[in-house]
Ligand binder design. Sequence first.
Ligand SMILES: [Zn+2]
Length: 182
Amino acid sequence: MAEILKIVVGPLEVNCYIVFDKNTKEGVVIDPGGDAEEIKAALKDNGVITKYIIDTHGHFDHVGANGLLKDALGCPVAIHQEDEPLLEYAHDQAIMYGLKTPRQPKPDMLLKDGEDISFGRLKMRVIHTPGHTRDMPLHEGAEGRIYGRHALCRLCRQDRLRGRLDKGPDGFVKKEATDSRR
Ligand SMILES: [Zn+2]
């Protein structure tokens, strides 16, 4: 059974998600755009054992707390292989917006389309949906929800995903589509 927490982080108010297995407490942090202390507090309050930090893409507002969390939690940072250069550029990109974000560590895992990320008894699948950035993977998992809100309007035009995508009351998108490759 998955537990999903949403924290709004950073100056651009990005949704950071903590998804964890209620039984084993193993979980992931998705898009830690900033406010590392707040994310750490939420992890601690819920007893989450963080297995991975996952960036849906490399824009600074989604990755700002990667480094601080990685240092604090000792877990790997994962991003799609085609967005690694953006992650490297995140610090400079923030400056262009008149904002600050720390330089980020190199990712420990480069994700590929179709790859599964497992934690506890849960599994999330990487879905490569380029558009907003070169890679823009979405992460499907935890009761069919898809993470990566930036890409939603583009996602609907992706050939690979057919069907309908509906936004749930909590801002998640429920996938009511089938992957045409399967
Ligand atoms: Zn973005």
